[in-house]
Ligand binder design. Sequence first.
Ligand SMILES: Cc1cc2nc3c(=O)[nH]c(=O)nc-3n(C[C@H](O)[C@H](O)[C@H](O)COP(=O)(O)O)c2cc1C
Length: 266
Amino acid sequence: MYLHWTFPPAITGVISYNGVTRAIFTTHPVEKPYLVYQIGSADPDLAVQAAKTVVQDVSGFDLNCGCPKSFSTHAGMGAALLTNPDLLCSILTALRKEMPPHITVTAKIRLLPSQEDTLKLVERIVNTGITALTVHCRTRNMRDKDKALIERLREIVEFVQGMGSDIAVVENGDCTGWEDAKRVRAATGAHSVMIARGAESNPSCFSSEPLKDVEITLSPAYLRLVCIFFFLHRSWQGLIRCCRPSISITTGALQSSASFSSKALE
Ligand SMILES: Cc1cc2nc3c(=O)[nH]c(=O)nc-3n(C[C@H](O)[C@H](O)[C@H](O)COP(=O)(O)O)c2cc1C
């Protein structure tokens, strides 16, 4: 992988990490203060190597311990890490050790079937020195259509606090926006809420006054941006990815989740 400024660099300032045939990661300096780079890994050394490659352009690293798709789990990554806590924690420990202190290291997990096992896992993860833990309140076998088990999170939040840890616990699953985040935080005690599909449907869901008619107000502007993206990157794959959410309305936060900080909600 090598670093390369895409055409026309003087105008866009876009930073592109290119593979052999396509860009693997593109970003812009304005994103850096908000950008957490999520890593799927089953190897501490490779995770550190990957992190070192992009560390100058991001603010933190998150370890994906929740993806249930076979492209992750067959290689021991994503949700497969949930049942391999030694490996999971060794990756977090390695990242924390090798990254400078101002770079955050966080993890996103799913619930284990038993609450007792979940708490044991959480204890080990918190002890690696991470900054925040996101809990997708579904188990590995649950699908998105299954209601998230947010009622299980309060005990986890209290458990983390009981450890004397001041790390943020972030709820994920079924939150639809600003107003709904109040309900979720009240029910769980979570510091923050991460939203995925709600943001895909309406990227303004993070606002206290979300747009009610994104099809008219946002989609046309978003599609214009997609055209510019295609012009700059000449990537059909990227174009298709960008257009997918615009069909099911639109999103600026593609395939990523955005989270409310507690501060933003207060
Ligand atoms: C299109 C799409 C892509 C996703 N990609 C990731 C990902 O790369 N990493 C991750 O941790 N979760 C990913 N997720 C899962 C979400 O972050 C989230 O855990 C899940 O959708 C539940 O949250 P929700 O109820 O707010 O949608 C993805 C979800 C969707 C819909």
